[in-house]
Design a protein around this ligand. Structure first.
Ligand code: IPE
Ligand code: IPE
Ligand code: MG
Length: 246
């Protein structure tokens, strides 16, 4: 049976998040410049977005650039930002044709003006699409996100808009960048690294983690199918016993 046919449509994760890692090593292995790895990584983005939309996954979040990635060589950062603008211009049609809404999370005002404006343009153009929500994490850091929530809530407490006793998980959710997204069900990381790298720390509290050695530019539709099949074979107990679930 085809891999795709082994996926149960009624047991799909509501939210898949991916740490797209390994572009640099993919290129190095081939004796190419890191930048070529990033360029080829954009093809995997397209494959993954298409495959997710075809299957009916409602939310896909991709870690494209972290707050820590600003520490990379200036030329690499510039190239990544140029690639972002290029991809947005190229893919807006795919998003529209497939009824996909684009969102972005992170310290977006830190992006170069051109990237910021192109991003806002595509977000605005696709805002009424409802088949799938694609969220790009750009200049994203989870700790920074949480610090911002605490600052905002402190101001609200100070101004008597909310009282400390009323702070609960749902209020925190509403102040995160991901305020309108469900919790992550499945987190995938490529390239063999088994770490979270400051990604969605709050939102992955009960996510299933899936690590693959494949470098991101080699990640194709069947790799996503494999991850989903693995996910669907796990028992998510959320603290309960196995017996309670049946
Ligand atoms: C992921 O690939 C892309 C970004 C972090 C922007 P890397 O560039 O981290 O590739 P490796 O980890 O060096 O192989
Ligand atoms: C995490 O990858 C960030 C993105 C995929 C955008 P990195 O390659 O930057 O992570 P570390 O620094 O190796 O943990
Ligand atoms: Mg990396």
């Amino acid at each position: 049976m085809d891999l795709k046919d082994q996926i149960h449509k009624d047991l799909l994760p509501k939210h898949v998040a991916i740490i797209m890692d390994g572009n640099g090593r993919w290129a190095k292995q081939k004796g190419l410049m890191r930048v070529i790895g990033h360029e080829n990584g954009t093809k995997s983005v397209r494959e993954t977005v298409e495959a997710s939309a075809e299957l009916g996954i409602k939310n896909l979040t991709l870690y494209a650039f972290s707050t820590e990635n600003w520490r990379r060589p200036k030329l690499e950062v510039q190239t990544l930002m140029k690639l972002l603008v290029k991809s947005l211009k190229k893919e807006i049609k795919t998003l529209q044709d497939n009824n996909i809404r684009l969102l972005a999370i992170g310290a977006l005002s830190d992006l170069p003006k051109k990237a910021y404006e192109e991003l806002q343009y595509v977000i605005e153009k696709t805002k009424n699409n409802e088949h799938m929500t694609l969220t790009l994490a750009l200049s994203y850091g989870s700790r920074e996100e949480i610090v911002n929530v605490i600052k905002e809530l402190s101001v609200k407490v100070k101004n008597n808009i909310i009282s400390p006793e009323n702070i609960d998980e749902s209020i925190i959710n509403k102040h995160l960048y991901t305020q309108n997204l469900p919790d992550v069900d499945l987190l995938i990381r490529t390239s063999g690294e088994q770490r979270i790298s400051n990604f969605l720390l709050w939102q992955i509290a009960y996510a299933e983690l899936y690590f693959t050695d494949i470098f991101w530019p080699d990640f194709k539709k069947h790799n996503l199918y494999e991850a989903l099949i693995d996910y669907q074979n796990r028992e998510r107990r959320f603290g309960k016993t196995s017996e309670q679930l049946t």
